[in-house]
Ligand binder design. Structure first.
Ligand code: PEP
Length: 251
């Protein structure tokens, strides 16, 4: 039985005043309702201290949106995995499609970040997914497998026992277009089968989140699919009522 996980990705959004309202509402609701799922919010680095101050002692965890593949040192602008754990982060996104597309992150670079996160005791949330052109060319499985294989080659299948995978079709991120539950389930099953080829027990325990325009209105039907173990939520994680309703759907 896999415990569902709902992860918010604020992307590059937030200001102290608005964050305080959002985080406080989340903290109060989660403490009161004691959802049967896990919840984490991946916030921009400057706001990690604020997330820690408001969420400490509540069931809601917090994490980063990216991590350096390097340890501390002369890497101006980078944030190390050790810095994230210093701020009590539990999770970090690696290989989000915006980082792959806009910042040129390669499969190998993502695998290095995944290894750095794991090495520091963070749970990496490895994002994989195909573009619209790749889906239309019929190579969704190939693309997702290639992205996953880079991590398996670098860290080994046992590493996935301490990680989470998020399937995020690029064409569904921030576009309002959601993969149908069946489309998402098909890729989630493919990811689990690929991991099972290396280790069936790890595959059985692996949480695979769906991300791409998830909102309160479509969360329950996505989360009802057998291989969908929660969601990675972008835009809707910035609206307290929406995000809380999505957590309730997973709970
Ligand atoms: C994301 O940023 O990971 C995401 C899924 O965004 P959205 O929910 O806005 O599509």
């Amino acid at each position: 039985m896999r415990t569902k996980l709902v992860a918010g990705n604020w992307k590059m959004n937030g200001r102290l005043h608005d964050n305080a309202a959002l985080l406080t509402s989340l903290q109060l609701t989660a403490t009161k309702l004691k959802w049967g799922c896990q919840v984490t919010v991946c916030v921009p680095c400057p706001y990690l201290t604020q997330a820690r101050a408001i969420l400490s002692g509540s069931p809601v965890m917090w994490g980063g949106q990216d991590v350096s593949e390097h340890g501390d040192g002369a890497y101006t602008g980078e944030v190390s995995a050790g810095m994230l754990t210093d701020l009590h982060c539990t999770h970090v996104l690696v290989g989000h499609s915006e980082r792959r597309a806009l910042f040129g992150e390669s499969d190998q670079g993502v695998a290095a970040k995944f290894a750095a996160a794991l090495g520091a005791g963070l749970v990496p949330i490895l994002c994989v997914g195909e573009t619209l052109a790749e889906r239309e060319a019929g190579i969704t499985g190939e693309v997702v497998t290639r992205q996953l294989d880079a991590v398996l080659a670098r860290s080994g299948v046992a590493a996935l026992a301490k990680a989470v995978v998020a399937y995020e079709p690029v064409w569904a991120i921030g576009t309002g277009k959601t993969a149908s539950p069946q489309q998402a389930q098909e890729v989630h099953a493919l990811i689990r089968a690929r991991v099972a080829r290396d280790d069936a027990a790890v595959a059985g325990g692996l949480r695979i989140l769906y991300g791409g325009s998830v909102k309160a209105a479509n969360a329950a039907e996505l989360f009802a699919m057998p291989d969908i173990d929660g969601g990675l939520i972008g835009g809707a994680s910035l609206v307290a009522a929406e995000f809380i309703a999505i957590c309730a759907a997973a709970a």
